[in-house]
Design a binder for this molecule. Structure first.
Ligand code: NAP
Length: 469
């Protein structure tokens, strides 16, 4: 039995990535009554919360209230935050192995899936994930440019991110001004000339990935009409056969889509077209190399041996004139140098959260993962909780067996010293709390939830100012 995890020798855990999966992992560790644990959470940004800050749509403030739970976790004795510390640059994984008994990688999915069709790299074709990070004020994406002087836009994919992107494009400046959307995005979207937004699903209404609440919201926009073609709202025979056993969300989606298809237009300024059973097969460009349209093929569904309904191209084509395209076909994890990665799935190679050595197929001692970088980009924020619990269960089993790293450092002092040396500007949770207060106070002045600080320089300036005072 291991003595690590007792008052004299707390279990020291490094969590890399301060998003929901990281916080839920910390929470479950702190919940262990018999365990004395110290958790250091690292993030390459000065700000915590991952996609809750940089991904959740600005007009979905309720979802963001989950950060109150994260604040409570951060307040636990034994928790430290090291923001603006990049693992692989400021600290190496080797450094972490020298200071912790267990490492947990919760870095999420920071990239997007590829869509390999001709023209996909034309100017005006963007990953939706970049647009999301831009309007949410992620420092790495704030300087991107999206040409919103165009009138017609396509969003490829029918998941919740596609819905977020389409909704933000259709919101009025007044609606957006009530949110914490980044100022640069508020300014650009307030001048937007976009009139028609097309969301394109390659399968039918019963296979759409969005959730009913998010779908319903598309029918409630202040100044955009939702349009669904009646023939595309109708379920094909194969979908009809599965709907009796479908989950409630799917049934609700199909009902909502049917209702939308029966609506008459109310002459709003924008139109949001929700299309099904169509796939882009090529993007067209103008002489300047900008997107000017796309060729769509109409699909029909077929059942795989496993019973899944997949799209199959027919010989019916259609041209859709759009000048801006957002590819919203899913996020993808980015490999961490030195950590085994499953390229085809875009996740860290793992079994229920234990990182697996591809050569021996055995778990890598003391190394774990949770969240999207463990299971792929699926589920809502809360899905990361049971996911983290599963990982922690294995961490505790391995601790019991003494199967942990044996760091040379004997306590948590040395790593703090090392961080100070390598990244003197690192943010602790107090620094973040002050930054948060500045943002919220700026928001109060404007009647908004917060006004985000979106450059690292300004974040550092706020930290320096606090030190001076
Ligand atoms: P997603 O839910 O996996 O949806 C991806 C969409 O892209 C699907 O409609 C998929 O169609 C389509 N797609 C994939 N490959 C394609 C291709 N080659 N051509 C055309 N379409 C293609 O991913 P997401 O929207 O990025 O969302 C990621 C996760 O975050 C989801 O779990 C989502 O629910 C969650 N999220 C939640 C909220 C919220 O709760 N409000 C907001 C945003 C995101 P197929 O189904 O046919 O593959």
């Amino acid at each position: 039995m291991s003595l690590i995890g007792t008052g004299s020798e707390p279990l020291r855990v490094a969590i890399i990535g301060a998003g929901p999966a990281g916080f839920y992992t910390a929470e479950h560790l702190f919940k262990q009554k018999e365990l004395v644990v110290e958790v250091d959470m690292f993030d390459r940004l000065p700000t915590p919360f991952g996609l809750v800050r940089a991904g959740v749509a600005p007009d979905h403030q309720k979802i963001k209230s989950v950060t109150k739970i994260f604040d409570r976790i951060a307040a636990k004795p034994g928790f430290r935050f090291f923001g603006y510390v990049e693992i692989g640059k400021d600290l190496l994984i080797e450094d972490l192995r020298e200071h912790y008994h267990q490492l947990v990688f919760t870095t999420g999915a920071q990239s997007d899936k590829n869509l390999n069709i001709p023209g996909i790299d034309l100017r005006g074709s963007h990953a939706a994930t970049n647009f999301v990070a831009w309007y949410n004020g992620h420092p790495d994406y704030r300087d991107l440019k999206f040409d919103l002087s165009v009138e017609r836009v396509a969003v490829i994919g029918v998941g919740n991110v596609a819905v977020d992107v389409a909704r933000i494009l259709c919101r009025t400046p007044e609606e957006l001004r009530r949110t914490d959307i980044a100022d640069h995005a508020l300014a650009a979207l307030s001048n937007s000339q976009v009139k028609e937004v097309y969301i394109l699903g390659r399968r039918g209404p019963a296979q759409a990935k969005f959730t009913p609440l998010e779908l319903k919201e598309l029918g409630e926009l202040e100044d955009a009409d939702i349009i669904v073609r009646p023939e595309e709202a109708e379920l094909d025979e194969l979908s009809m056969a599965t709907i009796a056993n479908a989950d409630r969300g799917t049934v609700r989606n199909t009902q909502l889509i049917h209702d939308f298809s029966t609506r008459s237009l109310s002459n709003k300024s924008r139109s949001l077209h929700l299309r099904f059973l169509v796939s882009p097969v090529e993007l067209y460009g103008d002489v300047g190399g900008n997107v000017s349209g796309m060729r769509l093929v109409h699909n029909e569904l077929y059942a795989t041996d496993a019973g899944t309904l997949r799209p199959k191209a027919t010989e019916r084509f259609e041209e859709l004139m759009v000048d801006l395209v957002f590819r919203s076909i899913g996020y993808r994890g980015v490999p961490i140098p030195g950590i085994p990665f499953n390229e085809s799935w875009g996740v860290i190679l793992n079994k229920e959260g234990r990182i697996i050595d591809p050569l021996t197929e055995n778990p890598c001692l003391g190394e774990y993962t949770a969240g999207w970088i463990k299971r792929g980009p699926s589920g809502v924020i809360g899905t990361n909780k049971p996911d983290a619990v599963e990982t922690v269960k294995h961490m505790l089993t391995d601790l019991q067996k003494g199967q942990i790293l044996h760091p040379s450092a004997s306590n948590g002092v040395a790593i703090e010293q090392l961080v100070r040396e390598r990244q003197p500007n690192y943010f602790n949770y107090e620094d973040w709390t002050r930054l948060n207060e500045v943002e919220v106070n700026r928001g109060i002045a404007e009647g908004r939830p917060r006004v985000k600080i979106t450059t690292i320089d300004e974040m550092l300036a706020v930290k320096r100012l606090a030190v001076v005072h």
